[in-house]
Design a protein around this ligand. Structure first.
Ligand SMILES: [Zn+2]
Length: 405
């Protein structure tokens, strides 16, 4: 069914009368067919309008097989009837997308004029928009020049003019892209002094209404350059968000906002140096603790000749990282198989620097008997238990004489 398209002319939030001709299932939702519509259907990189039909939230508007489908929830669809309908447009969203779309024309036209590179595709997102430009890359200076030129065109408030042109006359316009084939009339949108483009989307009346355009970045994408941008009210929202963030950093570091980034970098450098220093101190401390533990166990006592037995110790104050550091330091001081447990983490680590001693047969049976999981090689082994109790039972099993090699 052909729906009369009124969406180019309607952009206020008044209530418009139409007729629901058909209600039909659409995926897990319901689609309405109207005799006329104020809602723009998704197409040409611009998403479909939202709003309400007889109070039911319009979730999407799309075109399929020449029909315009107005998508509502299944529950709303069940409550609706064919016949008279009141249509209300989400004007805030429409205006936002019209601003992004108009900005895209201006941006693509400006890039083409300044660099000779055409836009091959575009996407208007709910938050950020992108265009894919047939260029391997853009320098920062180029992007800045483009942004400045766009700002100039916004200040000059250039009007947008819509031309309806039969296909045979389309060559009269210096079009930026190839017009669609098989159309009776081509809709050419002119941004005066900037761009001519065949386009079916919704636009603002002049570039001044865009307010502002910001290029957010450019990255390589499938041999092209993907330029992301925002326009209109989105720039204000973005600026507010960035300012709030910068203010928080500025207050926390007690520096002016413009120095916040530099201050964060300096702080990161300082934090990195401190971290390296802490690590070195932790290693030193682990060495001292390891020597102490081995001395207490009689392994490093004067005149002691350590027989190959297991030293299994629980370190109640250490997390597994510290247990690891102590173990590493201790194995440099003796060749005895060492098992250090962290009850906090319900984990253990084991080391042995003596060739010919294999940790695995020493540890695996007791570990598995207590539902532990882990693994390793002959000289390093680690495991984890579901609780500190199971870890303790494992450690107790290791001190039994039959656990010794
Ligand atoms: Zn357009």
């Amino acid at each position: 069914m052909k729906t009369e398209r009124l969406y180019y002319d309607i952009h206020d939030d008044g209530v418009y009368a139409a007729t629901i001709l058909e209600i039909r299932p659409f995926k897990d939702k319901t689609a309405l067919i109207l005799d006329k519509t104020i809602f723009y259907p998704e197409g040409g990189g611009q998403s479909g309008d939202r709003g309400a039909i007889n109070g039911a939230a319009l979730l999407d508007t799309r075109e399929e097989g020449g029909e315009i489908l107005h998508v509502v929830s299944e529950a709303d669809g069940a409550a609706l009837r064919t016949g008279g309908a009141a249509l209300r447009l989400d004007t805030r969203r429409r205006r936002d997308f019209s601003a992004q779309h108009t900005a895209q024309h201006l941006l693509s036209g400006t890039i083409l004029r300044l660099t000779g590179k055409p836009t091959l595709s575009m996407h208007l997102g709910e938050e950020v928009n992108t265009i894919d430009v047939d260029a391997p890359e853009f320098t920062k200076e180029t992007l800045l020049a483009v942004e400045e030129a766009v700002a100039g065109a916004i200040e000059r408030d250039c009007p947008l003019i819509t031309h309806f042109c039969p296909p045979e006359n389309v060559a009269d316009f210096p079009l930026r892209k190839v017009p669609p084939q098989g159309e009776e009339v081509i809709r050419v949108v002119e941004v005066q002094g900037n761009d001519f483009s065949p386009c079916c989307g919704t636009h603002l009346r002049s570039t001044g209404e865009i307010g502002m355009l910001r290029i957010l970045g450019a990255e390589k994408y499938k041999g092209m350059t993907r330029v992301s941008f925002i326009a209109g009210r989105r720039v204000l929202n973005d600026s507010r968000l960035l300012r709030d963030n910068a203010d928080t950093v500025s207050r926390a570091l007690k520096v002016p906002v413009v120095e916040a980034a530099q201050a964060v970098l300096a702080l990161l450098e300082k934090a990195g140096a401190l971290e390296r220093r802490v690590k070195a101190l932790e290693e030193t401390l682990a060495g001292i603790k390891a020597a102490e533990l081995l001395q207490k166990a009689g392994i490093l006592a004067e005149g002691a000749t350590p027989t190959p037995r297991v030293l299994a110790l629980s370190l109640p104050d250490a997390d597994i990282d510290e247990a690891h550091r102590i173990g590493r330091a201790a194995q440099k001081l003796c060749g005895v198989p060492l098992v250090f447990a962290s009850p906090k983490d319900a984990k253990f680590v084991a080391f042995c620097s003596t060739k010919g001693i294999d940790l695995r047969p020493m540890l695996k049976p007791a570990m598995e008997a207590n539902e532990g999981r882990g693994g390793g090689g002959s000289s390093f082994f680690q495991g984890v238990f579901s609780s500190a109790q199971e870890l303790a039972a494992f450690m107790a099993a290791l001190t039994l004489p039959n656990a010794l090699p």
